[in-house]
Design a protein around this ligand. Structure first.
Ligand SMILES: C[S@@+](CC[C@H](N)C(=O)[O-])C[C@H]1O[C@@H](n2cnc3c(N)ncnc32)[C@H](O)[C@@H]1O
Length: 203
């Protein structure tokens, strides 16, 4: 189902992101699923897991999870990728919950088992990060997994904004999140940069 709640859309952010989609200036888009997605995320999900993908854009991972039979929700502020994703789902006869909404106002009807965060945190203004961490925390069940890809640019400004690991450790404190001990995955990004993949468990 494609829901639109116009009271819950920040028009400035919507216009900025919508403009990029309409102009085709979407250098972040892989035109497919992240190559790490199956081994890193899908392989660890229970078959009845409910998964949220915030800032999902064209939603390649949303569509793939739906193909695999998972209960998946994708949210994004921009109408164009939401409509394209909906069209693709309908064409393939797939089910997913697709919502055009500002994620800062999105309230989950029920908490999720897992969240896949790919290139959304680095897309928002750094002063919005704390509010985003609070939303991520609120959307997950206790014990739920946040698969987070932290963008590495080592540059000033953005988007994408650099997600320094020490800043991420402060943003996702161990009082609220268990950081998996494994070394982070390195995910090459289509823009030529790379992301570091960490699995965090909500305490
Ligand atoms: C860099 S793109 C990444 C898209 C997708 N995750 C991917 O990897 O292809 C950032 C996405 O976040 C969305 N976005 C930005 N601010 C948002 C907000 N406040 N609420 C919901 N989506 C937002 C944009 O529309 C855009 O699709």
């Amino acid at each position: 189902m494609n829901e639109i709640d116009m009271n819950k859309v920040d028009m400035t952010a919507e216009n900025a992101w919508e403009g990029r989609y309409q102009n085709g200036t979407t250098s972040w888009d892989r035109n497919g699923v992240n190559p790490l997605f199956h081994d890193w995320v899908v392989a660890t999900l229970a078959s009845d897991a409910k998964i949220l993908i915030p800032g999902c854009g064209h939603g390649h991972e949303v569509i793939e999870l739906s193909r695999l039979g998972f209960n998946v929700t994708g949210i994004d502020i921009a109408p164009t990728p939401v409509a394209q994703m909906q069209h693709e789902l309908e064409t393939e006869g797939l089910q997913a919950s697709i919502i055009q909404v500002d994620m800062f106002t999105y309230v989950a009807k029920q908490p999720f088992d897992a969240i896949y965060e790919q290139t959304s945190l680095c897309a928002i203004q750094p002063e919005q990060r704390l509010a985003y961490e609070q939303k991520l925390y609120s959307w997950l069940k206790p014990g739920g997994s946040l698969y987070a890809l932290f963008m590495q640019t080592d540059a000033e400004g953005g988007p994408p904004f650099h997600c320094d690991v020490s800043d991420m450790k402060a943003l996702f404190p161990t009082s609220r999140w268990d950081w998996e001990k494994a070394r982070p995955l390195q995910s090459p990004h289509p823009s030529g940069r790379f992301e570091l993949g960490y699995r965090l468990i909500k305490c």
